[in-house]
Design a protein around this ligand. Structure first.
Ligand SMILES: Nc1nc2c(ncn2[C@@H]2O[C@H](COP(=O)(O)OP(=O)(O)OP(=O)(O)O)[C@@H](O)[C@H]2O)c(=O)[nH]1
Length: 237
């Protein structure tokens, strides 16, 4: 067995003694395997913010790994995951920053706002205080984020409809008062609207940048990390 290719050696030599180059079959195989993955066309950062326990980590992990944790540990400082998506025929590498909801980490998390091209602000539809905290998060955005950043308000835990405290209309009304802010409800647990949140945000970022300056000069070379997966595009907005 050739340890490099996991291919039985006899496939290379046609009965023994032949070199790898003498077999068209292995030649094609090895060429295929050596092909480096197509590099991302664009790279951009998205930050997820919101009060403690609203489901920021859960939304990120559902999107990047399609997993859900019933009893996650609270995030300390910041964490991130990478996911590569295909959109408008382009390969886009997303670096998603998951921030701690606890106020004591604000001095750490605020440092990550500046580089974000998209901001996902999350509240829990079953917890009044997480909705009341939204103006506080908007102040953080005004203070630390780029004015160009795309904003998306997410009411999470839609699967808990019977415990709902914040109506959809309240969420929509809050978002409508902020210029350019989109709104949706989602469930990390049920995997409802999760891909759509991130893909729509990326699509909005791409549209906006395209109107102003060439994408490559603004979005490329911000980060260089490994690739994980590709997704189809499904919009609900
Ligand atoms: N029912 C339900 N529970 C959820 C959902 N999303 C998250 N949770 C639960 O809510 C709790 C908090 O989720 P996290 O993802 O850790 O919340 P967070 O916003 O990252 O919390 P911090 O890191 O403390 O800021 C966990 O027990 C999750 O299982 C959801 O869509 N539905």
């Amino acid at each position: 067995m050739d340890p490099r290719y996991d291919i039985p050696r006899r496939a290379a030599g046609g009965g023994g003694g032949g070199s790898a180059n003498s077999s068209p079959a292995l030649g094609a195989q090895s060429r295929r395997r050596k092909m480096p993955p197509r590099p991302a066309d664009f790279k951009l950062q998205i930050i997820i913010i919101g009060s403690r326990g609203v489901g920021k980590t859960s939304l990120m992990e559902r999107f990047t790994d399609d997993t859900f944790c019933e009893a996650c540990k609270s995030t300390v400082g910041v964490d991130f995951k990478i996911k590569t998506v295909e959109l408008r025929g382009k390969k886009i590498r997303l670096q998603i920053w998951d921030t701690a909801g606890q106020e004591r980490f604000n001095s750490i998390t605020s440092a990550y706002y500046r580089g974000a091209k998209g901001i996902v602000l999350v509240y829990d539809i079953t917890k009044q205080e997480t909705f009341e905290d939204l103006p506080k998060w908007m102040k953080m955005i005004d203070k630390y984020a780029s004015e160009e950043a795309e904003l998306l308000l997410v009411g999470n835990k839609l699967d808990c409809e019977t415990d709902r405290i914040i109506s959809r209309q309240q969420g929509e009304r809050f978002a409508s008062r902020i210029s350019g802010m989109r709104f949706c409800e989602a469930s990390a647990k049920d995997n409802f609207n999760v891909d759509e949140i991130f893909l729509k945000l990326v699509d909005d970022i791409l549209s906006k940048v395209r109107l102003n300056v060439p994408l490559r000069s603004t979005l490329q070379n911000q980060i260089t990390l490994h690739t994980s997966a590709c997704l189809p595009v499904l919009f609900f907005f």
